[in-house]
Design a protein. Sequence first.
Length: 341
Amino acid sequence: MAELAEIESKLFTTHDFRLENGQTLPVLELAYETYGTLIPARDNAVLMVHGYTSSHHAAGRNVKGKEGRGVAAGAAGWFDGLIGPGKAVDTNRFFVISVNALGSAHGSTGPSSIDPKTKKPYGPTFPAITMRDMAASQKRLVDSFNLKGLVAVVGPSMGGFQSFQWAASYPGFMKGIAASVTAPRAPGRLGGLEALQKRLADDPNWNDGWYYENGGIPGTLEQIRYETLLNYGQGEAEAKAAARGWAEAYDGHSLVTLRRAIDGFDITRQYDRLKQTKVLYVISKTDKLFDLTSCVAHALDMRQAGVDVTYVEMPSNKGHMASHADAAMWAPILAAFLKDL
Protein backbone atom coordinates (compact mmCIF):
# COMPACT_ATOMS: atom_id res chain seq x y z
CA MET A 1 0.00 0.00 0.00
CA ALA A 2 1.40 3.39 -1.02
CA GLU A 3 2.35 5.83 1.69
CA LEU A 4 2.03 9.59 1.96
CA ALA A 5 5.38 11.36 1.78
CA GLU A 6 6.84 14.87 1.57
CA ILE A 7 4.12 16.32 3.80
CA GLU A 8 4.56 19.99 4.68
CA SER A 9 2.99 22.09 7.41
CA LYS A 10 1.03 25.07 6.10
CA LEU A 11 -0.30 28.16 7.84
CA PHE A 12 -3.72 29.74 7.51
CA THR A 13 -4.01 33.35 8.68
CA THR A 14 -7.09 35.46 9.29
CA HIS A 15 -7.83 38.52 11.40
CA ASP A 16 -10.18 39.82 14.09
CA PHE A 17 -11.41 36.48 15.37
CA ARG A 18 -14.05 37.06 18.03
CA LEU A 19 -14.11 34.54 20.87
CA GLU A 20 -17.17 33.35 22.73
CA ASN A 21 -16.14 35.38 25.79
CA GLY A 22 -16.28 38.60 23.75
CA GLN A 23 -12.53 39.08 23.36
CA THR A 24 -10.98 39.32 19.91
CA LEU A 25 -7.75 37.84 18.64
CA PRO A 26 -6.26 40.42 16.23
CA VAL A 27 -4.52 37.64 14.32
CA LEU A 28 -5.62 34.02 14.12
CA GLU A 29 -3.19 31.46 12.70
CA LEU A 30 -3.93 27.77 12.26
CA ALA A 31 -1.22 25.28 11.31
CA TYR A 32 -2.48 22.49 9.09
CA GLU A 33 -1.58 19.79 6.59
CA THR A 34 -3.48 18.42 3.62
CA TYR A 35 -3.47 14.97 2.04
CA GLY A 36 -5.09 13.93 -1.22
CA THR A 37 -6.69 16.16 -3.88
CA LEU A 38 -9.71 18.44 -3.73
CA ILE A 39 -11.89 17.53 -6.72
CA PRO A 40 -13.54 20.23 -8.91
CA ALA A 41 -16.92 19.73 -7.21
CA ARG A 42 -15.19 20.59 -3.90
CA ASP A 43 -17.27 18.03 -2.03
CA ASN A 44 -14.75 15.35 -1.02
CA ALA A 45 -13.14 17.03 2.02
CA VAL A 46 -12.65 15.41 5.43
CA LEU A 47 -11.52 17.46 8.43
CA MET A 48 -9.15 15.74 10.85
CA VAL A 49 -8.92 17.10 14.42
CA HIS A 50 -6.48 15.99 17.11
CA GLY A 51 -6.31 15.05 20.78
CA TYR A 52 -5.35 17.20 23.77
CA THR A 53 -1.59 17.56 23.30
CA SER A 54 -1.19 16.33 19.74
CA SER A 55 -0.62 18.24 16.50
CA HIS A 56 -1.92 18.64 12.95
CA HIS A 57 0.56 16.03 11.69
CA ALA A 58 -1.95 13.20 11.33
CA ALA A 59 -0.57 11.22 8.40
CA GLY A 60 2.47 10.50 6.27
CA ARG A 61 5.94 11.77 6.98
CA ASN A 62 6.77 15.44 6.76
CA VAL A 63 9.54 16.68 4.47
CA LYS A 64 12.77 14.93 5.36
CA GLY A 65 15.07 17.07 7.46
CA LYS A 66 12.50 19.84 7.90
CA GLU A 67 10.80 20.67 11.18
CA GLY A 68 7.09 21.31 10.79
CA ARG A 69 5.77 23.69 13.47
CA GLY A 70 6.54 21.57 16.49
CA VAL A 71 6.51 18.32 14.51
CA ALA A 72 9.77 16.36 14.41
CA ALA A 73 11.29 16.03 10.95
CA GLY A 74 10.42 12.71 9.33
CA ALA A 75 7.95 11.69 12.06
CA ALA A 76 4.94 9.58 11.10
CA GLY A 77 1.50 11.11 11.69
CA TRP A 78 -0.57 10.04 14.71
CA PHE A 79 -3.39 8.56 12.54
CA ASP A 80 -1.07 7.26 9.83
CA GLY A 81 -2.60 3.80 10.11
CA LEU A 82 -5.93 5.21 8.98
CA ILE A 83 -5.11 7.99 6.48
CA GLY A 84 -3.48 7.47 3.09
CA PRO A 85 -3.89 5.82 -0.31
CA GLY A 86 -6.15 2.77 0.07
CA LYS A 87 -6.52 3.24 3.84
CA ALA A 88 -9.74 3.86 5.78
CA VAL A 89 -9.58 7.58 5.04
CA ASP A 90 -8.56 6.96 1.45
CA THR A 91 -6.59 9.89 0.03
CA ASN A 92 -7.24 8.57 -3.47
CA ARG A 93 -10.86 9.51 -2.79
CA PHE A 94 -10.84 12.16 -0.07
CA PHE A 95 -9.12 15.51 0.41
CA VAL A 96 -8.08 15.58 4.06
CA ILE A 97 -7.44 18.78 6.02
CA SER A 98 -5.74 18.15 9.36
CA VAL A 99 -5.68 21.20 11.60
CA ASN A 100 -3.86 22.18 14.79
CA ALA A 101 -6.35 23.42 17.38
CA LEU A 102 -6.64 27.01 18.49
CA GLY A 103 -4.75 27.29 21.80
CA SER A 104 -2.32 24.49 21.03
CA ALA A 105 1.44 24.90 20.89
CA HIS A 106 2.15 23.23 17.55
CA GLY A 107 1.86 26.23 15.27
CA SER A 108 -1.63 27.62 15.78
CA THR A 109 -2.38 30.78 17.75
CA GLY A 110 -1.99 30.02 21.44
CA PRO A 111 -0.31 31.25 24.62
CA SER A 112 3.19 30.95 23.15
CA SER A 113 2.23 33.07 20.13
CA ILE A 114 3.28 36.71 19.94
CA ASP A 115 0.65 39.18 21.08
CA PRO A 116 0.60 41.94 18.42
CA LYS A 117 -0.07 44.52 21.12
CA THR A 118 2.92 43.72 23.35
CA LYS A 119 5.27 42.04 20.84
CA LYS A 120 5.80 39.32 23.48
CA PRO A 121 4.19 35.89 23.96
CA TYR A 122 0.64 36.00 25.30
CA GLY A 123 1.69 33.66 28.11
CA PRO A 124 -0.72 33.80 31.06
CA THR A 125 -2.74 36.59 29.39
CA PHE A 126 -4.02 34.37 26.58
CA PRO A 127 -7.83 34.48 26.68
CA ALA A 128 -9.98 31.54 27.74
CA ILE A 129 -11.34 29.59 24.78
CA THR A 130 -14.03 26.94 24.29
CA MET A 131 -14.66 23.98 21.97
CA ARG A 132 -17.08 26.27 20.15
CA ASP A 133 -14.20 28.69 19.55
CA MET A 134 -12.06 25.85 18.19
CA ALA A 135 -14.77 24.76 15.78
CA ALA A 136 -15.44 28.36 14.70
CA SER A 137 -11.75 28.96 13.99
CA GLN A 138 -11.58 25.75 11.96
CA LYS A 139 -14.69 26.82 10.04
CA ARG A 140 -12.74 29.86 8.83
CA LEU A 141 -10.00 27.57 7.53
CA VAL A 142 -12.52 25.26 5.87
CA ASP A 143 -14.31 28.23 4.29
CA SER A 144 -11.02 29.41 2.78
CA PHE A 145 -11.16 26.32 0.52
CA ASN A 146 -14.62 27.39 -0.74
CA LEU A 147 -16.10 24.07 0.28
CA LYS A 148 -19.81 23.37 -0.04
CA GLY A 149 -19.58 21.17 3.02
CA LEU A 150 -17.54 18.36 4.54
CA VAL A 151 -17.90 14.64 4.10
CA ALA A 152 -16.94 14.18 7.74
CA VAL A 153 -15.09 15.47 10.77
CA VAL A 154 -12.88 12.79 12.34
CA GLY A 155 -10.91 12.83 15.59
CA PRO A 156 -9.91 10.97 18.76
CA SER A 157 -10.20 12.14 22.38
CA MET A 158 -10.32 15.98 22.36
CA GLY A 159 -10.63 15.56 18.60
CA GLY A 160 -13.82 13.66 19.34
CA PHE A 161 -15.03 16.61 21.39
CA GLN A 162 -14.30 18.87 18.43
CA SER A 163 -16.11 16.48 16.08
CA PHE A 164 -19.22 16.50 18.27
CA GLN A 165 -18.95 20.29 18.57
CA TRP A 166 -18.83 20.66 14.78
CA ALA A 167 -22.05 18.65 14.48
CA ALA A 168 -23.72 20.85 17.12
CA SER A 169 -22.36 24.18 15.83
CA TYR A 170 -22.84 23.55 12.10
CA PRO A 171 -25.66 21.01 11.70
CA GLY A 172 -25.80 19.58 8.21
CA PHE A 173 -22.51 21.10 7.07
CA MET A 174 -20.85 17.69 7.39
CA LYS A 175 -22.53 14.41 6.46
CA GLY A 176 -20.99 12.56 9.38
CA ILE A 177 -18.57 12.58 12.27
CA ALA A 178 -16.30 9.77 13.47
CA ALA A 179 -15.44 10.34 17.11
CA SER A 180 -13.21 7.85 18.94
CA VAL A 181 -12.07 7.32 22.57
CA THR A 182 -14.20 10.28 23.56
CA ALA A 183 -17.70 11.36 24.59
CA PRO A 184 -20.25 14.10 23.87
CA ARG A 185 -19.24 15.72 27.15
CA ALA A 186 -16.08 15.81 29.25
CA PRO A 187 -16.00 13.22 32.03
CA GLY A 188 -15.32 14.49 35.54
CA ARG A 189 -12.16 12.38 35.76
CA LEU A 190 -10.50 14.72 33.24
CA GLY A 191 -10.65 17.51 35.84
CA GLY A 192 -7.74 18.61 37.98
CA LEU A 193 -7.25 21.99 36.35
CA GLU A 194 -6.27 23.67 39.61
CA ALA A 195 -3.82 20.86 40.41
CA LEU A 196 -2.27 21.23 36.96
CA GLN A 197 -1.91 24.98 37.39
CA LYS A 198 -0.27 24.53 40.81
CA ARG A 199 2.13 21.94 39.47
CA LEU A 200 3.26 24.21 36.66
CA ALA A 201 3.61 27.16 39.03
CA ASP A 202 5.83 25.09 41.34
CA ASP A 203 8.50 24.88 38.66
CA PRO A 204 11.48 27.05 39.73
CA ASN A 205 11.47 28.75 36.31
CA TRP A 206 7.76 29.65 36.45
CA ASN A 207 8.33 33.40 36.99
CA ASP A 208 4.60 34.16 37.36
CA GLY A 209 4.02 32.44 34.03
CA TRP A 210 6.60 34.48 32.12
CA TYR A 211 9.13 31.69 31.64
CA TYR A 212 9.76 32.19 27.92
CA GLU A 213 13.06 34.00 28.46
CA ASN A 214 13.79 32.14 31.65
CA GLY A 215 14.72 28.68 30.37
CA GLY A 216 11.15 27.42 30.15
CA ILE A 217 9.69 24.57 32.22
CA PRO A 218 10.63 21.46 30.17
CA GLY A 219 11.35 19.27 33.20
CA THR A 220 7.87 19.70 34.65
CA LEU A 221 6.24 19.31 31.24
CA GLU A 222 8.19 16.11 30.58
CA GLN A 223 7.07 14.55 33.86
CA ILE A 224 3.42 15.56 33.28
CA ARG A 225 3.51 14.10 29.78
CA TYR A 226 5.16 10.89 30.98
CA GLU A 227 2.48 10.33 33.62
CA THR A 228 -0.26 11.15 31.11
CA LEU A 229 1.01 8.61 28.59
CA LEU A 230 1.20 5.92 31.27
CA ASN A 231 -2.40 6.70 32.20
CA TYR A 232 -3.35 6.42 28.52
CA GLY A 233 -1.91 2.90 28.44
CA GLN A 234 1.52 3.44 26.85
CA GLY A 235 4.55 1.43 28.00
CA GLU A 236 7.13 3.06 30.30
CA ALA A 237 10.13 3.10 27.94
CA GLU A 238 8.09 4.43 25.02
CA ALA A 239 6.39 6.99 27.26
CA LYS A 240 9.72 8.36 28.52
CA ALA A 241 11.11 8.84 25.02
CA ALA A 242 7.90 10.44 23.73
CA ALA A 243 7.60 12.74 26.74
CA ARG A 244 11.11 14.13 26.37
CA GLY A 245 10.69 15.23 22.75
CA TRP A 246 7.19 16.56 23.35
CA ALA A 247 8.25 18.69 26.33
CA GLU A 248 10.86 20.51 24.25
CA ALA A 249 8.19 21.76 21.84
CA TYR A 250 5.10 22.24 24.00
CA ASP A 251 3.91 25.08 26.23
CA GLY A 252 2.58 24.91 29.77
CA HIS A 253 -0.05 27.57 29.21
CA SER A 254 -1.44 25.57 26.28
CA LEU A 255 -2.00 22.66 28.67
CA VAL A 256 -4.08 24.94 30.88
CA THR A 257 -5.90 26.66 28.00
CA LEU A 258 -6.97 23.39 26.37
CA ARG A 259 -7.81 21.70 29.68
CA ARG A 260 -10.13 24.59 30.55
CA ALA A 261 -11.83 24.24 27.15
CA ILE A 262 -12.15 20.48 27.68
CA ASP A 263 -13.67 20.86 31.14
CA GLY A 264 -16.37 23.15 29.74
CA PHE A 265 -17.37 20.81 26.89
CA ASP A 266 -20.90 19.35 26.86
CA ILE A 267 -23.27 19.01 23.89
CA THR A 268 -25.58 16.41 25.50
CA ARG A 269 -28.47 18.87 25.53
CA GLN A 270 -28.02 19.65 21.85
CA TYR A 271 -28.69 16.23 20.33
CA ASP A 272 -31.50 17.73 18.25
CA ARG A 273 -28.76 19.55 16.30
CA LEU A 274 -27.02 16.24 15.52
CA LYS A 275 -30.00 14.77 13.66
CA GLN A 276 -28.66 15.95 10.31
CA THR A 277 -25.32 14.21 10.88
CA LYS A 278 -24.52 10.50 10.99
CA VAL A 279 -22.35 9.60 13.98
CA LEU A 280 -19.74 6.85 14.25
CA TYR A 281 -18.91 6.56 17.95
CA VAL A 282 -15.94 4.30 18.71
CA ILE A 283 -14.70 3.57 22.21
CA SER A 284 -12.07 1.34 23.81
CA LYS A 285 -13.12 -1.17 26.47
CA THR A 286 -9.89 -0.53 28.39
CA ASP A 287 -9.98 3.28 28.26
CA LYS A 288 -9.46 4.68 31.78
CA LEU A 289 -10.69 8.15 30.81
CA PHE A 290 -13.96 7.23 29.08
CA ASP A 291 -15.44 4.22 30.86
CA LEU A 292 -17.68 1.70 29.12
CA THR A 293 -20.81 2.33 31.19
CA SER A 294 -20.86 6.07 30.48
CA CYS A 295 -20.14 5.59 26.79
CA VAL A 296 -22.98 3.09 26.38
CA ALA A 297 -25.31 5.54 28.12
CA HIS A 298 -24.24 8.36 25.78
CA ALA A 299 -24.88 6.18 22.72
CA LEU A 300 -28.34 5.18 23.99
CA ASP A 301 -29.23 8.80 24.76
CA MET A 302 -28.22 9.90 21.28
CA ARG A 303 -30.20 7.10 19.68
CA GLN A 304 -33.28 7.89 21.76
CA ALA A 305 -32.96 11.54 20.72
CA GLY A 306 -33.18 10.50 17.07
CA VAL A 307 -29.48 10.70 16.19
CA ASP A 308 -28.26 8.19 13.59
CA VAL A 309 -25.42 6.72 15.67
CA THR A 310 -23.29 3.64 15.05
CA TYR A 311 -21.67 2.55 18.33
CA VAL A 312 -18.51 0.41 18.31
CA GLU A 313 -16.55 -1.06 21.23
CA MET A 314 -12.94 -1.88 20.41
CA PRO A 315 -11.66 -5.01 22.23
CA SER A 316 -8.26 -3.33 22.57
CA ASN A 317 -5.81 -3.52 25.45
CA LYS A 318 -4.27 -0.19 24.44
CA GLY A 319 -6.56 1.92 26.63
CA HIS A 320 -6.99 5.53 25.55
CA MET A 321 -4.45 5.03 22.75
CA ALA A 322 -6.59 2.34 21.09
CA SER A 323 -7.99 4.21 18.11
CA HIS A 324 -4.53 4.82 16.66
CA ALA A 325 -2.45 2.12 18.35
CA ASP A 326 -4.94 -0.54 17.23
CA ALA A 327 -6.10 1.28 14.12
CA ALA A 328 -6.54 -1.98 12.19
CA MET A 329 -9.32 -3.02 14.58
CA TRP A 330 -11.71 -0.35 13.36
CA ALA A 331 -10.25 0.69 10.01
CA PRO A 332 -12.82 -1.37 8.00
CA ILE A 333 -15.67 0.16 10.02
CA LEU A 334 -14.39 3.71 9.43
CA ALA A 335 -13.86 2.99 5.72
CA ALA A 336 -17.40 1.65 5.35
CA PHE A 337 -18.84 4.61 7.29
CA LEU A 338 -17.12 7.15 5.05
CA LYS A 339 -18.03 5.23 1.89
CA ASP A 340 -21.72 5.24 2.91
CA LEU A 341 -21.60 9.00 3.40
